[in-house]
Design a protein. Structure first.
Length: 362
């Protein structure tokens, strides 16, 4: 298995290093301020003919507001599809930049806004479009399959885009056709898909700053303390952690597994933001965040994405009040090319996976 390039991502906020993408924390909302801010955001959403679509990993304030105001809480593709089907002329994306871009790619006729356009993703940052294009050019015999967590320009260079819930189906199908795969960007998800399908996959070398930090030894210790707990793992996690899972799944897949397995306790190896929705759906059940670095924690994210955390109520209100610098733009020609691999996945799903809901990014 060839490795394309080293990972170069470091984060000033968490490690003290000056990195490529320091993440700004949002303005804190106090309990006293919250009701008035929520009421104002709801009023503005209505006045601006806007719908709020939030990712599972953003702050509970925004998840609750999205659900209470007729929006949705889901993964990036479902966020984009929901925004497409909703009659509102403006989609407000509470998530990270590639999610705003995906919403714009699938909804070029709509206005797409984000509370903070600097909300990045380590997978996206570690895959510059020009370097990725050169990598693809060097391997013209391979079908290019990219994960949803990539820029519009990288998607535009791909043959297929996949989410984590459909990746193994599509790669398995391509493998059965005798195709060799060029996979990007997440090395752990790629490794998982490779082991499940047996496909010939050449990997880009990038990882999610959140999932890369889950530790199998500490997870073993935590399991010993909670012998009845089931372990739910997102496949962006390292192999040793995946091997300890009772269920491996995408964001929506993890929530569905918790509903299906019927345990009283779960250890969850993905961004801790998802636990808010799990508690809402399964009251009385205990959810424990999987350990990142144990007692000697040196983790950069500690199971919370620093960029998802940039989304907050103040930023949302500023966005809805029309402050400049919140609108997502995608070059129309790039957007058109990036749309093709997304639609290829959706068409595949209609035929091979009729229950597919599009779920499965980080
Ligand atoms: S949790 Fe990981 S994959 Fe998701 S946006 Fe953050 S860095 Fe990217």
């Amino acid at each position: 298995m060839a490795i394309a390039r080293p990972i170069q991502i470091r984060f000033e906020r968490y490690s003290g290093d000056v990195g490529l993408a320091p993440a700004k924390p949002p303005r804190i909302v106090t309990a006293e301020e919250r009701p008035a801010l929520v009421a104002k955001a709801k009023r503005l959403l209505k006045e601006r003919d806007a719908v709020l679509v939030a990712h599972y990993y953003v702050h509970p304030d925004l998840q609750d507001l999205a659900q209470a105001s007729g929006g949705t809480v889901s993964d990036s593709l479902e966020m984009a599809r929901f925004g497409h089907e909703h009659p509102a002329k403006t989609i407000v994306v509470a998530g990270v930049r590639f999610m705003g871009e995906t919403a714009k790619i699938l909804n070029p006729e709509k206005r797409v806004l984000m509370p903070d356009l600097d909300a990045e993703c380590s997978l996206d940052l570690a895959t510059p479009a020009d370097e990725f294009a050169a990598f693809c050019d060097a391997h013209p015999d391979r079908v290019v399959v990219v994960y949803a967590n990539t820029s519009a320009a990288v998607k535009a260079r791909a043959d297929w885009m996949v989410t984590s819930s459909i990746a193994e189906k599509i790669v398995g199908w391509l493998h059965a056709q005798g195709k060799k795969i060029l996979w990007a960007p997440d090395k752990h998800l790629g490794d998982y898909v490779q082991r499940v399908t047996g496909a010939d996959m050449l990997m880009w070398n990038a990882s999610c700053v959140v999932h890369d930090e889950f530790k199998s030894i500490q997870l073993e210790e935590l399991k010993a303390l909670h012998p009845g707990a089931k372990v739910l793992v997102h496949p962006e996690s390292p192999r040793a952690v995946i091997e300890m899972a009772d269920a491996v799944g995408s964001t929506t897949g993890i929530i569905m597994a918790a509903e299906r397995l019927g345990a009283k306790e779960y250890i969850v190896a993905t961004d801790g933001g998802i636990i808010h929705q799990m508690r809402k759906r399964l009251p009385g059940v205990t959810f424990i965040e999987a350990p990142t670095a144990g007692k000697g924690a040196t983790c950069q994210s500690c199971a919370h994405c620093p960029w998802m955390a940039m989304n907050g109520l103040y930023g949302l209100i500023e966005t809805l009040e029309g402050a400049p610098g919140h609108e997502v733009f995608v070059d129309p020609e790039v957007g058109l090319r990036a749309r093709a691999p997304i639609e290829r996945m959706l068409d595949f799903a209609k035929v091979h996976l009729p229950t597919f809901q599009g779920s499965g990014d980080a």
